[in-house]
Design a binder for this molecule. Sequence first.
Ligand code: SF4
Length: 165
Amino acid sequence: MLYVANIVENTIVDGTGFRTSLYLSGCDIRCEGCHNKNLWDISSGHAMEIDEVFEKITGSFTNITFIGGEPMMQAKTLALLAEKIKSNTRKNIWIYSGRTYEEILQNKEYLELLKLCDILVDGKFDKSLFKNNLRFIGSTNQRIIDIKKSLEKNNIVLWNDEEDL
Ligand code: SF4
């Protein structure tokens, strides 16, 4: 089961183009100044079967974003959903995490999920680094990372806006 706080369709703020954002409940990171404190408790979300979530988020032309909350808290189950999306559609997947890329690489379950996604927006929200004109991030410490290129090069490769994934 996945614990889902919300599904937002046709959003343009959680990655490029029109996207369906899957808001996962549960966050163990607890950044000061978090705007989504209501999602910290995993049981605040609705328990949904993977197939049900898949049907709800893949029905239109939009790409997919996993956000929260902290999606890595449900990495094992979310990887099953990501696998299904990649096997059955041509959609790209952005994933947001309060954990850094380097921290994600240290955990087998997080890494399995990461490999199934295309773009990672990483790091805690730092309210001292908040700017309200940032695109797709909340504070300037957060990075938008091209996952496949980073894994290939064994080094962080930032997302290239011009490729418009
Ligand atoms: S990782 Fe996101 S949801 Fe969790 S505390 Fe930080 S800003 Fe809030």
